[in-house]
Design a binder for this molecule. Structure first.
Ligand code: 9UX
Length: 70
């Protein structure tokens, strides 16, 4: 069963950043799809298994600090 989670993403300033975030998150185990909204600085992540914390860590390490919405 898949789960959709929304993350806040800091540090995206252009469309290429969006591509980078989608690629970085998409490589994490369990991630099935990533949809980034630059204007709202959010990413919808569809996961089937895997760990959301791994997605957050991968993005944050790549210069896009990610967090669960408050
Ligand atoms: Mo755009 Mo983002 O030139 O890391 S790719 S600022």
């Amino acid at each position: 069963m898949s789960d959709e989670v929304t993350l806040n993403i800091e540090g995206m300033t252009c469309a290429s950043c969006v591509s980078r975030v989608e690629k970085i998150a998409g490589r994490v185990n369990g991630v099935e799809a990533v949809s980034v909204n630059l204007a709202t600085e959010k990413a919808k992540v569809l996961m089937d298994g895997g760990r959301l914390d791994d997605v957050i860590e991968a993005l944050t390490n790549a210069g896009f600090p990610a967090s669960k919405p408050a």
